[in-house]
Write a protein that binds this ligand. Structure first.
Ligand SMILES: [Zn+2]
Length: 79
C-alpha cells in the first residue's frame, strides 16, 4: 500500500486551493477557511470506502479501517 500524500492548503494563482503534493485538487477559493473546509472534506472522502458490514453483510460507506459495521448495526444495542 502506498502512503497517502497529506493534503495541504496553499495560496495559488487564483486564491487558496487544496494541494496533494504538487497537484492542485480544487479550484482556488477566495477564502483560506473555505479551502481548509474543502481539504477536510477531501480527507474524509479519501478514507471512505464501500465495505460489506461484518454484521448483516449489507453494503455501507465506511469511514476507515476501524469502521466495519453499518450504522444500523453499530447503533444496535444487541451488538
Ligand atoms: Zn450491518
Amino acid at each position: 500500500m502506498t502512503q497517502a500524500v497529506p493534503l495541504a492548503v496553499r495560496g495559488s494563482r487564483d486564491g487558496w486551493a487544496v494541494f496533494e503534493g504538487p497537484r492542485q485538487l480544487t479550484r482556488g477559493y477566495s477564502c483560506e477557511y473555505t479551502a481548509h473546509s474543502a481539504a477536510t472534506r477531501l480527507e474524509r472522502q479519501r478514507r471512505q470506502k464501500t465495505r460489506n458490514c461484518l454484521c448483516c453483510g449489507g453494503q455501507f460507506l465506511s469511514d476507515g479501517p476501524g469502521n466495519r459495521m453499518c450504522n444500523p448495526c453499530r447503533n444496535s444495542p444487541l451488538v
